[in-house]
Design a protein around this ligand. Structure first.
Ligand code: DAT
Ligand code: MG
Length: 142
C-alpha cells in the first residue's frame, strides 16, 4: 500500500446546500481518514495561491469570486492512494459529465461561463497535495 495525503475542499456551494457531511461521509466510507479539518471563508490571497496554475484563464476571476463567497471546509485526507482515489470519488470537473456515483455526478448541477459550482476540490498529484496542504494548514502540522 502507499499511504498518501490529499487536500480536499468542500466548496461554498457544498456548504450552502448542506452537503459537507455527505462529502465527508463518502470520504470516510471509502476508508480514508480525516487527519485535519477546518471551516473558513477563504480570502483572495489564499485562493490565488491555491489556483496559481489557472491565473489568466477565462474562468479564473469568477472562480476566485465564487470560492471566496462563503464558507469552505478544508480537509487533509489520508489513505492508500487517496490522491487518485479522491479524484475518482469526486468525478469529472463538469458535473453534467461526471459519472453517476461520484460526488459531482450525484450532487453537482451548475456549470458554465462564470459558474463552476462543482462542490469539491481534490489535489491532482503528490506535489500539488503537499503544496496545497501548506496553503490551507500551514503552521498547523502541515
Ligand atoms: P478540477 O477541480 O477538476 O481539478 P481544474 O483544476 O481544471 O479542475 O479547475 C479548477 C476549477 O476551475 C474547477 O473545479 C472549476 C473551474 N474550471 C475549470 N475549468 C473550467 C472551465 N472550462 N469553465 C469554467 N470553470 C472551470
Ligand atoms: Mg485541479
Amino acid at each position: 500500500t502507499t499511504t498518501e495525503r490529499t487536500l480536499v475542499l468542500v466548496k461554498p456551494d457544498g456548504f450552502e446546500r448542506g452537503l459537507t457531511g455527505e462529502v465527508l461521509r463518502r470520504i470516510e466510507a471509502k476508508g480514508y481518514t480525516l487527519a485535519q479539518l477546518q471551516i473558513l471563508t477563504p480570502d483572495r490571497e489564499r485562493l490565488a495561491q491555491h489556483y496559481a496554475e489557472h491565473e489568466g484563464k477565462p474562468f479564473y476571476e469568477p472562480l476566485l469570486e465564487f470560492m471566496s463567497s462563503g464558507p469552505v471546509t478544508a480537509a487533509v485526507v489520508e489513505g492508500d492512494r487517496c490522491i487518485e482515489g479522491f479524484r475518482s470519488l469526486a468525478g469529472a470537473t463538469d458535473p453534467t459529465k461526471a459519472a453517476p456515483g461520484t460526488i459531482r455526478g450525484d450532487l453537482g448541477r451548475d456549470w458554465g461561463p462564470g459558474v463552476q459550482k462543482n462542490i469539491v476540490h481534490g489535489s491532482d498529484s503528490a506535489e500539488s497535495a503537499e503544496r496545497e496542504i501548506g496553503i490551507w494548514f500551514g503552521g498547523q502540522g502541515a
